[in-house]
Design a protein around this ligand. Structure first.
Ligand SMILES: Nc1ncnc2c1ncn2[C@@H]1O[C@H](COP(=O)(O)OP(=O)(O)OP(=O)(O)O)[C@@H](O)[C@H]1O
Length: 598
């Protein structure tokens, strides 16, 4: 469930979670097989290289040619060099083909994974985003998928290659000289222990260093989003110093890691080179005694290097694979997260898609975050098709909550809403929301042109339709004065517009959608008196023949609705026409007396 998702640190770092990636790899199994074949071929070729080298030394210079013992049946120097070069060229080709294939699979599978996770997140209800911050989702989409991509697109193939290299190399070492092999093995085992111990410390320090960098980035993210406030309070210097402090901490942690890593490098190089030199020394004495040839000794050293390289790479890859397992776990959590608002198992077709008669039957809502408090309490209300109803009441009375349940952002805790007689939970979310146009309290403007922003209401609409909607919402007044008219880019989140202009764009969008149910949540609150009268005219024409629910704090804006519903603490306390309510002398009358002076 969504609540568990906010805790990435608790994600298991078990390798078995990587199995969850298989659905994303399965479509490309032919390529995977090809990659495996290329991998085996590449490993075989690299394992042949020391043999060619041995032959070069033993037979290339030798006067006595013994072709039966070598890789190629040619005694001359040229033939052996040619053999070595051919092997190298073939290896290069195979490696590049494998690199391309594996990277392709990694990129493709990660792109699919990223899209699948994103699509899943888009289908979540707002409740999901109460517990999981959008920054967290973004970091999973970018950071975690990049980790997975690194592993699928390179680390696993590197690891397998190193494994083949290690096993093959060990076998060839044993075949070349059992005595030296045993000696080598003993020394390696002895040296492995301190290396593993220091390696653990490096790993812990790297994680710490990444965490510190993440801290600095999170700090910068928060501050960049709040720039106007930072500047208004002239806190630039303070914020810059705070970031510099975080960056310095990240630096100090990184340097601690680097120090240990530098020491580890010295230990590893000394150990590996020491072992090789020692084995070479013992081997050289054997060559002297005629127990082995010079070429065999040379190939032994090369195999030893391949084995050492293989072990090093495997250790590195292991760390990557473990990190990717954590990342995969977090991504799969998102991918398998169920929405708190479930789709009907067998959704009904909307009975009267062009109409909207509403019936609220004992509707109760407790938000999941506050299960004890009733944001809506036993709401019963009938709204006929074409009727306009205003919802008024003090702040926190539950007006917006009513819209939230109507749009199924949250499901009611008790009771139901019927739309044209059908329970809204029996309709598909898509059908339900297609029949509703909303102008929210805080309109959202996308980083696109004015035209595209309005067209969001009905993506297939012609330019003429968009402009007609814009006129009705009085958008034309300011848009025509912009440098490129309707094609002017409105800036990220509409930062290049005033609050009232943003509201008008949102109204135009809702008008263009042309849905039978119109929800206006403080739709004209940011407009000046003159524009409000003009936009209200636009809205009046949009309300013709539609069912409209209007939330308004300023009662002057809802004098022309058919009915007013007064909410207080989640309950309906009064209903009637504005005149009726004024006469009743209740909550509405008090509010009206304060606001309208009547
Ligand atoms: N997501 C949420 N989780 C928990 N409680 C919530 C949530 N959203 C709203 N509430 C609570 O529900 C109650 C009703 O809120 P609602 O937004 O419906 O009020 P409102 O009448 O629209 O107020 P306003 O006029 O200030 O917009 C409030 O007490 C609010 O704190």
């Amino acid at each position: 469930m969504s609540r568990d998702i906010a805790l990435p640190a608790s994600s298991p770092r078990r390798l078995s979670v990587l199995k969850g990636l298989w659905p994303f790899l399965r479509p490309y199994r032919t390529r995977l097989f090809l990659a495996l074949v290329l991998l085996c071929l590449g490993s075989a070729l690299i394992l042949l290289m020391p043999l060619a080298f041995r032959d070069l030394i033993d037979f290339g210079f030798g006067e006595e040619a013994r072709p039966a013992e070598g890789l190629v049946a040619g005694p001359g120097l040229d033939a052996h060099f040619l053999a070595l070069f051919s092997l190298a060229a073939a290896w290069a080709l195979v490696v590049s083909a494998r690199y391309y294939t594996v990277t392709w699979i990694g990129e493709r599978a990660t792109a699919d994974l990223r899209s699948a996770v994103y699509a899943r997140v888009l289908s979540q209800s707002p409740q999901f985003f109460e517990t999981l911050q959008t920054g967290e989702v973004l970091s999973r989409l970018s950071g975690d998928t990049t980790l997975v991509q690194a592993v699928v697109g390179s680390s696993i193939s590197m690891g397998l290659r190193s494994f083949f290299q290690f096993v093959g190399g060990m076998a060839m070492l044993a075949v070349t000289s059992l005595h030296l092999f045993a000696l080598n093995l003993g020394l390696m085992a002895l040296l492995a222990l301190p290396i593993v111990a220091i390696g653990r410390k490096v790993k812990r320090l790297s994680r710490e260093s990444q965490d510190r960098i993440a801290d600095a980035t999170a700090l910068a993210g928060e501050i960049l989003n709040a720039m106007p406030t930072v500047q208004a309070y002239t806190q630039e210097g303070y914020e810059a110093a705070r970031f510099a402090g975080a960056a310095d901490t990240a630096f100090a942690t990184a340097i601690r890691r680097t120090r240990v890593r530098a020491a580890l490098t010295a230990v590893i190089i000394t150990a590996v080179m020491g072992t090789i030199v020692f084995v070479l020394w013992v081997g050289a004495r054997q060559v002297h005694q005629g127990v082995m040839t010079q070429g065999q000794l040379a190939s032994f050293v090369l195999y030893a290097m391949l084995v050492a390289g293989g072990v090093g790479t495997m250790a590195e890859v292991w760390g990557d694979v473990m990190r990717a397992a954590g990342a995969t776990g977090r991504l799969l959590e998102l991918l398998h997260a169920d929405s708190a608002v479930p789709e009907a198992a067998e959704p009904q077709a909307p009975r009267l898609p062009a109409q909207a008669a509403l019936s609220f039957e004992h509707l109760t809502l407790c938000y999941p975050a506050r299960p004890q408090a009733r944001a809506l309490d036993d709401i019963c209300l009938e709204v006929a098709h074409g009727e306009s109803v205003a919802l008024v009441g003090p702040s926190g009375a539950g007006k917006t909550s009513l819209f939230q349940v109507l749009l199924r952002y949250y499901d009611s805790t008790g009771g139901r809403i019927r739309l044209n007689g059908q329970d809204i939970r029996d309709l598909s979310l898509h059908d339900l929301r297609r029949g509703i146009a909303i102008v929210p309290q805080e309109p959202v403007i996308f980083s696109a042109t004015a035209l595209e922003n309005i067209r969001y209401g009905r993506p297939g609409a012609s330019d003429a339709d968009v402009i007609a909607a814009a006129r009705a919402a009085r958008v034309d007044e300011f848009v025509e004065r912009l440098p490129e008219g309707y094609r002017t880019f409105l800036g990220e989140r509409g930062t290049r517009l005033s609050g009232g202009q943003r509201q008008r764009i949102a109204i135009a969008r809702a008008i263009l959608k042309g849905a039978p149910l119109l929800l206006l949540d403080e739709a004209t609150s940011a407009l000046d008196a003159e524009s409000e009268i003009l936009v209200q005219k636009g809205l009046d024409s949009a309300m013709q023949g539609r069912t409209t629910l209007v939330i308004a704090h300023r009662l002057a804006t809802v004098q022309r609705v058919d009915r007013i519903v007064v909410l207080d603490q989640g309950r309906i306390v009064e209903t009637g026409t504005p005149d009726d309510l004024r006469r009743q002398g209740g909550l509405y009358a008090r509010l009206a007396a304060l606001q309208l002076g009547i």
